[in-house]
Design a protein. Structure first.
Length: 165
């Protein structure tokens, strides 16, 4: 019995000691980082969209009630439907699809509506990507665009402010 104890101590000392006969430690792979946590866009959103328009040097502003119903989200990509109504100085009665991208840090980018811009009379000649931020249940975003409507150049900025219901 004493011989077995001495042999175990000797084997342990060789395995733990330095020198050329020591075994190298095995490398440990750290666990992967957790997946990004995207803000949840799914659900109903309501707020306003404001159009600041300049046509032939004449400014005008219209604010409309806007609602979104976001039905799908995969990572940061979301989509659903939108609807406007109740314009302050012009009719706001449209609806369609909306899509965009939300980042884990709360940025909102690439918001695209399938809106019709005065069909037959206007052509969009330039647009910046609609982008903004989400904080908690509040979202704000803006874009600018240039239109050519019945031979007149039109500039407009569009700003949305939404709250998740």
């Amino acid at each position: 019995m004493r011989y077995i104890v001495v042999l175990c101590i000797a084997v342990a000392a060789v395995g733990c000691g330095g020198g050329s006969s020591a075994t190298s430690p095995t490398s440990v792979t750290p666990p992967p980082p957790p997946p990004p946590n995207y803000p949840n866009m799914i659900g109903g959103w309501e707020g306003t969209v404001t159009f600041n328009i300049s046509a032939a040097g004449l400014p005008s502003t219209t604010t409309c009630r806007e609602t979104w119903v976001i039905t799908n989200q995969a990572a940061g990509n979301f989509n659903g439907t939108w609807q406007t109504s109740s314009g302050t100085s012009a009719a706001c009665s449209q609806s369609g699809g909306v899509q965009g991208v939300v980042t884990p840090q709360g940025g909102v980018t690439d918001i695209v509506y399938d809106a019709v811009v005065n069909p037959g009379a206007c052509t969009r000649t330039m647009r910046t990507a609609m982008a903004g931020a989400i904080s908690g249940t509040n979202l704000s975003a803006q874009t600018t665009e240039q239109l050519r409507c019945s031979g007149v150049n039109v500039s407009r900025s569009i700003a949305i402010t939404m709250t998740k219901r």
